[in-house]
Each structure stands twice: as C-alpha cells, then as structure tokens.
Write a protein that binds this ligand. Sequence first.
Ligand code: ADP
Ligand code: MG
Length: 251
Amino acid sequence: MSQMVLTVEKLARSFGGVQAVKDVSLSVSTGQLRAVIGPNGAGKSTLFNLLTGLMPPSAGRIVFQGKDVTGLPAHTLCRLGLGRTFQINSIFVNATVLENVQLALLSHHRKIWNMSATAGKLYVREAEELLAMLDLVGKAGKLGSTLSYGDRRRLEVVLALACEPQLLLLDEPTAGMSLPDKPGMVALIRKIAREKGVTTILVEHDMDMVFAVADQITVMHQGSVVAEGTPQEIRANARVQEIYLGEEHRA
Ligand code: ADP
Ligand code: MG
C-alpha cells in the first residue's frame, strides 16, 4: 500500500441546521494531485477550512502523516507541513516579488525581518529558486502592487511553498482569473506536483481546470462525496453529469 499523507474519516461540520459537510472520508497518497470538485454550496470551502484548521469539525478525524491533527489550529498545522493559500490576496504590495518570497522564507525559518542591510541578502538563492518555478525571475524587482492579478495569484502559491509543505492545499486557485491567465496557473500547479513531487489537494469549481491537472477527483454534492475516481471515470459518471447539468439549468 502506498503511503497516505492524509486520511479523513467521516468528517462532518454543520452550521445551525445546515450540514455543510457530511461523513466525508478520503485518503490522499504521497505525490498525488487530488482535486475536490462540486457545484456551489457542495461544501468544498468548508472541507478546506476543516483540513487547514480554520475551524474544528463537528465530528470525524483528520490524520496527517500518521498523526491525528483533528481540531489543531492553522499555525500548528502549518508548522507540521501543511501549506495553504488564501482566497484573499495575501502578498505585500509594497515589497518586491523577491522580497515577498524572502519574507515567507524568513517567517518559516522564524527569523525577523529587521530591515537591516543584511536582511535583504537572506535566502536570496532559495527565493530565486522558488521564483524560477513561476517564470517570474524577470519580475523579481517589481513591486507586488504592479503585478497582474494572474501573476499575484501564482506568487501566492509559491509563497505557500516557502514553508516546505508535505501537503499543499489550494482553494480555487483560478477564481477570479481571466481566461488567458488560467493556463499559467495550471502549468504552475503541474510543476509543483510533477517536478517537485508535492502532494496537493485542489478545491475547485471549474471542471475543465480540474480535468487538466488531477490524478484523482473527489466529487462533492450537498456536503457528501458522491463520486471518486480518475478524470476519465469522473467524466463518464452519470451522477456527476446530472449534478453539473442540473447546476447549468439553474444558472
Ligand atoms: P462550496 O465552497 O462548495 O460552494 P461551502 O462550503 O461554502 O460550499 O458551503 C456549504 C454549505 O454550508 C452552504 O449551504 C453554505 O451556505 C453553508 N455555510 C458555509 N459556511 C457557513 C457559515 N460560516 N455559516 C453558515 N452556513 C455556512
Ligand atoms: Mg467555496
């Protein structure tokens, strides 16, 4: 059996009368790129928030690298090797692209950015290595505020890598992106998973995006897992087609 990085057992979360996540179980093996998809309201963001420690589950268990981490806060999970991005832009707009990555590395290594002459020289090589994944090396000296929306979102993903995660969780990485920006994000996610071998869980609404990158897909609907399989299996799944078609008809 391949090594499981993450195992989720019967996870549940309700808000008052609404059961946002019901009995969700899934296992993600080392190096896998797993996508969790589903129409609006399926419970994807709630599942993401449970996995990243933003809120505790009402029931169930989360086992990360053999350790029960259920209910641990986000900063503890981050230290244990669970990296994540935020849906809201979280880069420093008044720092350069290079400085943004340096700051993330300094924070991971728990050093304080004291604006001294030497601080700017710390982790330059590591930061440039991370930036190389982005094809943003030419923009290393640009201020965060001058980046396009697509470049910002890609930079955020690279910032999450600064803490050398064993598992990377991405919440709708292409949300709000224009169509021409999307292939750049798809390419970056592929590089992270395929070249760096980082185990990744991608929560995403866009089916086309998911079919382009995922090894395995988990489909959620009304809080529950309704299907799981390879992109080909999911594409051919009648129940999934019904759910997405139903959504189109409502739209
Ligand atoms: P998705 O990300 O798949 O669109 P969500 O996890 O955001 O789905 O939402 C699942 C369900 O839980 C929805 O019915 C939503 O209204 C409800 N919900 C999510 N977050 C909260 C909250 N903080 N308080 C109350 N209800 C919530
Ligand atoms: Mg959501």
